[in-house]
Write a new protein. Sequence first.
Length: 330
Amino acid sequence: MHYVQKYLEKYQFIKNNKISNGTKTNIFLYCNCYSFYSQKVLMALYEKNIDFVPLIVDITKGEQYSSWFLELNQRGEIPVLKIHSEIIPDSTRIIDYLEYYLDSGLTPLINVSRDSKVIQNINRFRDLLEALPAGVITVGSFFHPHLCGRPKLPFIYPVREVLKSGDLVSFKNLRKIAEENPKAKSILLYKAEIQERKHEILINEEEYTKVLNIVDSVLTQVEEQLKDQSEENWLCCENFSIADINLAILLQRLWELGLEGRFWTNGKRPHIENYFNRVKLRDSFVKTIPGLHVHLKMIITSQPPTYIAAAGVVSVGVVIAIAYILKKLI
Ligand SMILES: N[C@@H](CCC(=O)N[C@@H](CS)C(=O)NCC(=O)O)C(=O)O
């Protein structure tokens, strides 16, 4: 039985749009706290103080390709927002929806200034950061560990191995899933095509280095922009914006992958280093990024994925991971 079903059974009262603390909400987010794109939406929801119910989709077990989820999003991707009877997939679309279709009294993340130049800059950085291929950057780093520094949780050795083997077979699996789901077939076949091309890029060191160089050039622009801001400002002005959410989640991912030494620490980009230290203290960031207790729970409750890796690899991985964590803690 999948996680969301279990969740709904446990919390029957959600049917009446009521959650345990007595507040009412019609907003549900299908997400996973480890998913890069879910994290952007989670942080936006926390910034805007929107009441919502997270519905966890276990993408390591392929829950995104179960028929009930493909009904919501034929691409089989999280995050997906369900609000009243509307279903909105894709982090960019969701964040736009939160900004333009919900109560205009909520904290803005796009229209944060009256100065059109500031808004232009926010949109420029939003686009620049959103164009970076988070999946390729992430999985590629597992294939070329010598290009990165020390990866951190959750990307410890056994997790990296599972994600690597998952990537090796992902497009073949997608083609199989496409055959089994006629309604989503053409979209999934297209996705398999893209996935295969991404795989070719990320396993090739020269191609992967080009991707890292693009990240480098975007971060050069970010560093220049931060240099121009006064000390208490965020990326584009005194208010926290969508560009900041994109930057915060990207820096966190690069740090988890051990890429901070390549991109900003040891005096390479002092403004980014200072910015990352500041943003990590923000309430919305703390709520969004999983802490050690979440990592431990994930590792202990994880079971061998049925479709991405050979059974056994993960079980061994879990034991190694727990040993690794305990060693770190003691
Ligand atoms: N463009 C989408 C990308 C969403 C996406 O790639 N989500 C990943 C998790 S971060 C996913 O669901 N992966 C599972 C899969 O593709 O099988 C967005 O911005 O929301």
